[in-house]
Design a protein around this ligand. Structure first.
Ligand SMILES: [Zn+2]
Ligand SMILES: [Zn+2]
Length: 258
């Protein structure tokens, strides 16, 4: 069994045929999917989608792109939404200095505010970091320890930085880019992660792995990420699947055998 630890099933490209994509996922051996929010609207929708589907759990939070829309009403609404039993993580939150859709000072402020909320709710955090590695690490270190843990999603930092995130107790997640032919850095980073801290994701509908690069991604394709990680680390597919699944189940409190 596999776990896709990061999917955006609220995206209209997947939401309109959700049960079809879930059937595809099941056929590929995907037993659980963490359905991740990025703003208030998508957070509400991912919880709604997860409510009556046993293979889905949800994460709620505001993405750095949307940080400029953060306000106290949204904060109260997200805290209330996070009480739903299917909400197993807080995210995605973090910093994105590649697109800079929100001013950096506001991104940092909203990231910090949401780390405090996640800690209060005792939820693991799902962290987005694009071209902001130093600042992400600094903000996380200011808010440590994270008793419920966390994950660096779609890891794009250097191999050298992996140790710092591991020291915070975080898991490291890899997505489609690890299958891209020019992706030297994530491949090297993946070799720095001990087996018990490695998880996988699609970040669908984005980042479709090879040989489907550029197409709409969906949770079944997490199998291609597992395949690539197995090759890189010189273990067989089954071993990689078992390790990453056990890790995801531990981090998100998922139950086996239903
Ligand atoms: Zn992200
Ligand atoms: Zn995402």
């Amino acid at each position: 069994m596999l776990v896709d630890t990061h999917a955006h099933l609220s995206d209209p490209r997947l939401a309109t045929d959700l049960d079809f994509w879930l059937q595809e996922a099941r056929a590929a051996g995907v037993g659980y999917i963490v359905n991740v929010g990025a703003d208030w609207e998508s957070s509400r929708l991912v919880v709604q989608q997860a409510a009556n589907r046993k293979e889905l759990v949800a994460a709620v939070g505001v993405h750095p792109h949307e940080a400029k829309h953060w306000n106290t009403q949204m904060e109260a609404d997200l805290i209330a939404l996070a009480q739903h039993p299917k909400v197993r993580a807080y995210g995605e939150i973090g910093l994105d200095y590649y697109y800079d859709h929100s001013p950096r000072a506001i991104q940092k402020e909203v990231f910090a505010a949401q780390l405090r909320i996640a800690k209060e709710l005792n939820l693991p955090v799902i962290v987005h970091d694009r071209d902001a590695h130093g600042d992400v690490l600094a903000v996380l270190e200011q808010h440590a320890p994270f008793k419920a843990g966390g994950v660096m999603h779609c890891y794009s930092g250097s191999p050298e930085l992996v140790a710092h995130f591991l020291a915070l107790g975080f898991y490291i997640s890899f997505a489609g880019p690890i299958t891209f032919r020019n992706a030297k850095k994530p491949a090297l980073a993946a070799l720095q992660v001990p087996a018990e801290r490695l998880v996988v994701e699609t970040d669908c509908p984005y980042l479709s792995p090879e040989p489907h690069r550029g197409k709409v991604n969906h949770p079944a394709r997490v199998a291609l990420v597992v395949q690539r990680l197995a090759e890189l680390r010189g273990v067989n597919y089954e071993t990689m699947a078992q390790q990453t699944t056990a890790n995801a189940m531990r981090l998100f409190g998922l139950e086996r055998g239903d």
